[in-house]
Design a protein around this ligand. Sequence first.
Ligand code: 5AD
Length: 346
Amino acid sequence: MFDLIDKLEKERRLDKNEFIMLLSNLTPQVMNELTTRAQRCAVERFGRKVFVRGLIEISNICRNNCLYCGIRRSNSNLERYRLTPQQIIDCCEQGHNAGFRTFVLQGGENRTMSTSEICDLVRNIKAQFPDSAVTLSLGEWEYEDYAAFRAAGADRYLLRHESATEEHYARLHPAEMSWTHRMDSLRQLRELGFQTGCGMMIGSPFQTVEHLANDLMFIQEFKPQMIGVGPFIAQSETPFAEYPNGSMEQTIAVVAICRLLHPSALIPSTTALGSIAPEGRTRGILAGANVVMPNLSPQEVRSKYAIYDHKLASHAEAVEGLKLLAAQLATIDYQISFERGDYSDK
Ligand code: 5AD
């Protein structure tokens, strides 16, 4: 297996069968070798620094019905909310005072806020905080909408591809959702000049190592500026309530492989990773992740953004817990960086 890890590190690519082989042999020795090299790769590029992004969950209203997600439209056991533009600006202000220079507006897919309202919001945030980046994570729209968001000043867009295997995508999503539209959206976002993020859950129902190999082949080819990877976590109000959670080890391995594939990518140690085990966040960083996204949403809506069960939304995961986050990072000799942290492949 070490020859494959060598190849991955030197050539920054593997064949599909090699990914399958590697993912099927995650022994402690292989894990150790992968994470050691991935961490070294990240430290060479970024130092022992982790970028922070302020996450604002602007609405949990969603027209989609993804089988894994707790804010799916069929979940009638959830109080729905949407923040007003002013509330969102207030969150940014609080975050900016705390030092954040990236704001991630994330929300369910809905049209309660129109394209032009979102554009106004982006323009206002950029006018008020000109030194900050705005990242949108608002699901799928059409090319004209993405173009309008970009023209309004949005810098980055996160849209997990969820699965690069159409058949697997179709088992995670209802028939009305189109894998092709999602993959096309990613290419359009990139073409429009967004720093673009894709990603997938690890250990989602029906996922095989072959599916994961397809995801890694896609990442290798698409070279997204950002890669979001976290374990699947069952949510009690979804059809996947009884499925097992994704494993920490497999998630860590995929984070490390992504780092070795794409040394300059921005890779978060995700909230989902921190939610399955207390040491998840730091393990992600020690496997090459270099971003964390503390929650800037108002306290009273946080529990409503229930995409999965037992989601962390306080302490080191939240703006008021920055000191705690810094202390956690200090235990592994890392520091928070408040830089904007744009993608650069220089
Ligand atoms: N477990 C883990 N991640 C989830 N997401 C949605 N539901 C879950 C879940 N049950 C992820 C999806 C989505 C992102 C916002 O959160 O990958 O793209």
